[in-house]
Write a protein that binds this ligand. Structure first.
Ligand SMILES: [Fe+2]
Length: 253
């Protein structure tokens, strides 16, 4: 059965690709190498990674253009729905290189009214760039480390203490990393903290914030950094701090 939306998008995508093939005078050998590359991507199970690295930020931009709320950002692969509610502090490991980070702010709607009882998921890497709950390269950290949920209070405010995350590399041993290298790029993401803000009756806000002056902020391999998501360094109570006032918009449905 014809699907008009698929027909429209697939036809436009193929037209765009064909134009590039012609413009670049791509040879039979280059075409075959490209096909072989896509087969390697599939074999390495990196199709999701490849698409997310190069295209997810564009999908986010489409969403950003239509929202009256705070700027969204890519979710990335390390969100865990089962992260527990925490009481003011994320679980972290004790280590000399752990520097405290205070995160706090508010949630309001697009008319500036406070939003109480909004649930904010917060997740970020360890000081050595790993995420809990994934095993393998990330180690055997339980899922309740470096992530958790907080709720806004009667004034729409929230607050949590944790440790500073670090820049990390996306999986770089496979064909996605190889392509980035051949393109003269790299596989690093700047240090960041992820947020997902949810409340019944509102559009969910998925975003992430970066640290001004941080390594790779100017050349994120996932192209996910926007000026409004880069926060200046601030100190509060002897800790590095980030103050974030989220705006979420009423559901359109
Ligand atoms: Fe991340």
């Amino acid at each position: 059965m014809t699907n008009p939306r698929v027909h429209e998008i697939a036809t436009a995508m193929l037209d765009a690709v064909r134009k590039v093939l012609v413009q670049q005078e791509v040879t039979e050998a280059e075409y075959r190498a490209g096909v072989m590359y896509m087969m390697q991507v599939a074999e390495a199970k990196e199709m999701g990674l490849l698409c997310d690295v190069f295209l997810n930020s564009t999908i986010v931009e489409i969403k950003a253009a239509a929202t009256r709320g705070s700027a969204p950002a890519i979710q990335g692969p390390y969100f865990k729905e089962e992260a527990p509610f925490v009481d003011g502090k994320l679980k972290t490991y004790d280590s000399d290189d752990h520097k405290p980070l205070l995160l706090h702010g508010s949630v309001k709607d697009e008319a500036g009214r406070v939003v109480t009882d909004a649930v904010i998921d917060i997740w970020h890497s360890t000081p050595d760039g790993r995420y809990s709950g994934f095993g393998g390269y990330h180690g055997d950290m339980p899922v309740d480390y470096y992530r958790g949920k907080v709720r806004t209070d009667a004034q729409g405010r929230w607050r949590v203490q944790t440790t500073l995350p670090a820049p990390y590399q996306i999986p770089n041993k496979g064909p996605t990393g190889a392509l980035l290298t051949m393109m003269g790029s790299h596989t690093w993401r700047p240090a960041h903290v992820h947020f997902k803000v949810r409340k019944d009756g509102f559009e969910a806000l998925t975003t992430q914030y970066y640290f001004e002056g941080g390594e790779w902020v100017d050349s994120d391999c996932c192209n996910g950094v926007k000026p409004e998501l880069v926060m200046p360094a601030a100190m509060e109570q002897g800790m590095q701090a980030m103050a974030l006032d989220f705006v979420i918009e009423k559901s359109r449905a």
